[in-house]
Design a protein around this ligand. Structure first.
Ligand SMILES: *Cc1c(COP(=O)(O)O)cnc(C)c1O
Length: 371
């Protein structure tokens, strides 16, 4: 437990590791003794457990969230000459995956409250080349899936959900990642369901997409050495799968812990001038992968620095809109809501077991820095 003099990181994984220490050790030693390290019994069992938890027909382990996006796009047949509509306010990998398959990301501005794609702005950017919409459930808050699915249906587009930050989040009672044609998940250690190394997952109810994704993750072959298409070496390894099998049964409690901390932050920040707390829409179950505030009046960078000087880790997710990064610059129309968000957002420390004393220290310092 951090004392008054210790630094507070943005994310502390040690309470979870302490809590699960024995089970994690047993799981890892089990893998060592089994001699199966790739595509063994743990991956198979985890895929079944994940499919059941999420309520999807197919769950396919891959090497990373980025690979899940790339393989997902390839399985959908998206490539050169195609356009994919996505958000500029996300981690680079969202757009990068579209470019990696040879297609072009088309950036549409976001909702200022949820930071997710603004569905009202999508239709104007659909062209004859548009093949898919790729919403991101940023910070763990579900995107507006009903509006996105309605647009996709009207224009015959696929929907690939980037669920890297939203494991267990729900939109109108349904787990995000299972609403579109395909979900792409990341088990990067800092994600709200994280492994202790790289890992990712593809989910779909579509048998054909699942078959293609399974092929693509192992060099484009259904049968070893009878390769049919150019694929990838992108398998989830047994060690990570065994660790995730220890963590999956605790994910609801873990997400509840994040929500408890987030709600307490909301109460503590309610009367703080110059700070806007995050919203959680009534029809969603937010998992608070991040607890992200806005710091108004051009003070964000100074507040970020002052908190850092006081030993409190905060992060700016993300300081540059993806469409303004040099590799994409000049590619998009004006996206003022996203631009402004990159200047105001600040993610505060959050983890499921955070105690009140730690949180009070963060909020006290924030109050001082904003004043
Ligand atoms: C982390 C992340 C990814 C990439 O996942 P990796 O497992 O790191 O490859 C993609 N999209 C979003 C929104 C992410 O946060």
């Amino acid at each position: 437990m951090p004392t008054l003099t210790q630094n507070i990181p943005i994310l502390d994984l040690s309470p979870e590791i302490d809590e699960l220490w024995q089970d994690l050790n047993d799981a890892m030693q089990g893998v060592l003794r089994s001699g199966h390290f790739i595509m063994g019994p743990n991956v198979k069992a985890l895929e079944q457990e994940l499919a059941e938890y999420l309520g999807t027909r197919h769950a396919i382990g891959v090497n990373s969230g980025t690979d899940a996006l790339v393989i997902g796009l390839r399985a959908m047949g998206i490539g050169a000459g195609d356009e994919v509509i996505t958000t500029p306010f996300t981690f680079f990998a969202t757009a990068e995956s579209i470019s990696m398959v040879g297609a072009e990301p088309v950036f549409v501005d976001i909702d200022p409250e949820t930071y997710n794609l603004d569905p009202a702005l999508i239709e104007a950017r659909i062209t004859p080349r548009t093949k898919a919409i790729m919403p991101v459930h940023l910070y763990g808050h579900p995107a507006e899936m009903d509006a996105i699915m309605a647009l996709a249906e009207r224009h015959n587009l696929k929907v690939l959900e980037d669920v890297a930050q939203a494991f267990g989040a729900e939109y109108r009672g349904k787990k995000v990642g299972t609403i579109g044609d395909l979900g792409a998940w990341s088990f990067f250690p800092s994600k709200n369901l994280g492994a202790y190394g790289d890992g990712g997952l593809i989910t779909t109810d579509d048998d054909k997409l699942a078959e293609l994704a399974r092929m693509l993750r192992v060099h484009g072959s259904k049968r070893k050495y009878y390769n049919e298409v150019i694929g990838y070496n992108s398998r989830l390894d047994e060690m990570q799968a065994a660790i995730l099998r220890v963590k999956l049964p605790r994910i609801d409690a873990s997400n509840d812990g994040r929500r408890r901390v987030a709600h307490r932050y909301n109460e503590l920040l309610a009367d703080m001038p110059g700070v806007v707390a995050p919203v959680s829409r009534a029809d969603v179950n937010h998992v608070f992968h991040q607890y992200t505030i806005r710091v108004l009046d051009g003070k964000r960078d100074a507040v970020h620095k002052q908190l850092g000087d006081a030993g409190i880790g905060t992060m700016i997710y993300y300081p540059v809109p993806v469409d303004k990064l040099p590799v994409y610059s000049g590619s998009s129309a004006s996206l003022p809501v996203s631009d402004q968000a990159t200047e105001e957002v600040l993610s505060l420390p959050i983890w499921p077991q955070m105690d009140d004393e730690t949180q009070d220290r963060i909020v006290d310092q924030l109050r001082r820095s904003v004043a």
